[in-house]
Design a protein around this ligand. Structure first.
Ligand code: ADP
Length: 686
């Protein structure tokens, strides 16, 4: 029973205003009912009691109207008209006017309007109430005889006291209920917010885990596919393998997008500014996009201002991600014509510039009505026409959020069917104001043409340990390094790694970051502390799927010598290992000329010196100490005399030959050895 009554006020389904109305109506029933009883007790005349009885009845009816028929708006008006327009003014005239408690009831009427009316209804009710009050006061002033006075000053005092008490208590109770309900709503809101937050967190965690889980098989696909590409295979198989490679890269990009999106939603996305070379940013972008332009036969126009400062400070990785996305879209949505990349800067002050980059295409363009949706997540505009073009509709949303986090903005101008222009403006700090000058964006064909794989070095004496909890990853890593002939050991957990390092020495260790039980970081710490270990000071390279800006520094801070992103790129894998292997272990190494090496690999290659072998088939001009210093191996010429054939220098010295030639009738000539001897000589030398 009590619960049923409490539900009428606190039941979950009713809103704040309705609850308040129910409480006011209940109070009104109680207060007016009590007033009737009090009036009878003090012997008030029936004419005075009548309005109170009416009020009790109307309140009760309105309460039924609300509880049974849910006609809240109607009940609010019915109560207002009956009480504020009729009953209170009537009470005023019937029970003493100014000199009684009737005036106090008017206050309750005003409070009622403020509490229960909303919007224009409130102003209407207020105006009406003011008009009624004004009229009542005016009439009682001008026609005091219209006011029925209280029987005595005693009853006037009691009436006033009762009115003050009842109205005061009623307002107090309403206020208490109001505060209580507000608290309840606030708590409910907080609970809901916490629930939403926890759902969003578990969603983000799910995405992050899922992305990580998906990367592992992609790692295998990309790695094993690379092994196929390295083989001597037919063109058809090669084409299939290249397609697998492209599809896996796309899948990877997609997962990265989903991961970025969930990071943004959970507020974990961070902008990490670093110093970067402006030239490198643009040449990387050109390298990324050039192949696709070439494949689609599009003209790629580049106009990078010569005056851009050569070194800037900002989040290069994220800026590159945004620009690469816009450029990729430009290529995706353009069938013929050109894509133009323009960059210029405006100086803000001595240390800052406003970098403005535009990407204009002559593609399909975007309808005006679609422009609004362009930057919303998962929105792909003009679906009908774009259904054959792959995409998720995440790229631009991520780009916009990233640029806004950097304090910049992205805008778009587009003419449907003619083309679009995306403009990114972002502030960057200047590190080196020297202008970049004219940039040369010569891109080597080699970058996209399939080439016969050749290992970059061999080091059969090198011992390498690879630690990863996933067997497939270990298998791929071993295969990728197979041609370098290094001795590879594997460990499937941090514990196994520590067992191995306790008994064996390795020159380099590759360590997965995310492993169950003991992750890469913990294993590294333990490894450095191993008393009898053999690898405390060995370079340990982290293998990680979550590459973020500034990863190099972050991993170095954790104690790693470097990091390698998963899925592992074969060329980078070799290059990283080469960087950390002791020089003397490298028996054979192909160092490409700088320009031939791919992007970041370049630095690894140029970090090492070329190992040079000098041979000579004529030693006349080379001083003996040079032969020794540079370990020059010499292919001896033959000297033919009447006495027979001698190896120059070896079997006959220059002095003896000269003496022989000074004799009368002597004959001597020299000749190169036959080709077979040259072959043997070079084979030995190399
Ligand atoms: P998607 O992965 O679908 O390309 P984006 O967020 O990068 O996702 O782009 C959202 C939508 O904006 C695309 O689906 C496409 O309809 C439209 N769009 C983006 N760039 C261009 C462009 N250069 N020309 C025409 N339409 C574009």
């Amino acid at each position: 029973m009590i619960k049923k009554w409490m539900d009428k006020y606190y039941g979950g389904a009713i809103n704040f205003r309705e609850r308040l109305l129910r409480i006011i109506l209940s109070l009104s029933i109680a207060v007016s009912g009590m007033a009737v009883v009090a009036g009878i007790c003090i012997g008030s005349r029936p004419i005075v009691l009548l309005p109170l009885v009416l009020m009790t009845a109307v309140s009760f009816l309105s309460f039924r109207l609300v509880c049974r028929y849910r006609k809240v708006g109607l009940a609010v008006w019915v109560m207002d008209i009956l009480i504020n327009i009729f009953l209170f003014p009537l009470m005023y005239f019937l029970s003493g006017g100014m000199g009684s408690g009737a005036t106090v009831w008017f206050v309750l009427g005003l409070v009622y309007i403020f509490l229960l009316f909303t919007g224009t209804s409130m102003y209407t009710a207020l105006l009406l109430e003011m008009a009624v009050l004004g009229t009542a006061y005016f009439l009682s002033w001008k026609h005091p005889d219209w006011v029925i006075p209280m029987e005595s000053t005693g009853s006037a005092h009691i009436d006033s006291l009762l009115a003050v008490l009842m109205v005061g208590i009623a307002i107090g109770i309403i206020f208490k209920f109001y505060v209580r309900m507000y608290e309840q709503e606030r708590k409910k809101g907080e609970e809901q917010r916490a629930e939403i937050e926890s759902i969003s967190q578990s969603k983000s965690a799910f995405f992050a885990n899922m992305s990580h889980e998906i990367r592992t098989p992609i790692n295998t696909i990309i790695g094993l596919n690379e092994m196929t590409l390295r083989e001597d295979i037919s063109d058809e198989i090669a084409e299939n393998a290249v397609n697998i490679q492209n599809a896996s890269k796309m899948l990877l990009a997609l997962i990265n997008d989903i991961l970025d999106m969930s990071k943004m939603e959970s507020g974990k996305m961070e902008i990490v500014p670093t110093q970067y070379e402006t030239g490198a940013l643009f040449s990387d972008l050109v390298n990324i996009i050039w192949i696709r332009m070439h494949e689609k036969n599009l003209e790629f126009k580049i106009d990078i201002s010569r005056h851009l400062p050569s070194m800037l400070y900002g989040d290069e990785v994220r800026l590159k991600q945004v620009l690469a996305n816009i450029l990729t879209n430009a290529v995706k949505y353009t069938e013929k014509g050109s894509v133009t990349l323009t960059a210029q800067s405006d100086r803000i002050d001595a240390n800052r510039i406003l970098l403005k980059i535009t990407v204009a295409d002559t593609g399909i363009g975007i309808k005006k009505e679609s422009l609004e949706d362009l930057f919303s997540s998962f929105r792909r505009v003009d679906q009908e026409r774009n259904r054959k073009i792959e995409g998720t509709g995440l790229g631009l949303s991520i780009s916009k959020q990233l640029i806004e986090m950097m304090g910049g903005k992205i805008t778009v101008d587009s003419i449907y069917t003619k083309g679009s222009t995306f403009t990114v403006t972002v502030e960057q700090q200047v590190v080196n104001p020297m202008p970049v000058g004219t940039m040369d964006f010569m891109v080597k064909r080699k970058l996209y043409e399939r080439e016969k794989y050749k290992q970059s070095f061999e080091a059969p004496e090198a011992k390498v340990l690879i630690v990863d909890d996933n067997e497939m990853n270990l298998m791929v890593a071993c295969k990728l390094l197979r041609s370098t002939k290094v001795q590879i050991d594997t460990a499937k957990s941090g514990k196994e790694c520590l067992e191995k390092t306790n008994s064996r020495f390795y020159h380099v260790i590759f360590m997965d970051h995310m492993m169950p039980d003991m992750d890469g970081e913990e294993t590294l710490h333990e490894l450095k502390k191993q008393d009898k270990g053999h690898c405390q000071n060995v370079p340990v390279i982290a293998l990680t799927a979550n590459v973020m800006t500034g990863a190099e520094e972050i991993y170095q801070e954790k104690g790693f010598a470097g990091y390698l992103a998963k899925p592992i790129n074969g060329v980078l894998f070799e290059a990283t290992l080469l960087k950390f292997l002791p020089h003397e272990l490298i028996e054979y190494s192909v160092y490409e000329e700088d320009g031939e090496a791919e992007g970041s690999v370049q630095t690894f290659f140029s970090a090492k010196k070329k190992k040079l072998s000098i041979t000579a088939d004529c030693v006349c001009d080379l001083p003996g100490k040079w032969l020794e210093q540079f370990e020059v191996t010499v292919m001896y010429y033959y000297v033919y005399t009447k006495q027979g054939r001698f190896s120059d220098q070896l079997e006959i010295s220059s002095d003896n030959l000269l003496k022989y030639m000074q004799r009368a009738g002597s004959e001597a000539h020299s000749a190169a050895p036959p080709p077979e001897e040259y072959e043997t000589f070079f084979a030995d030398a190399l």
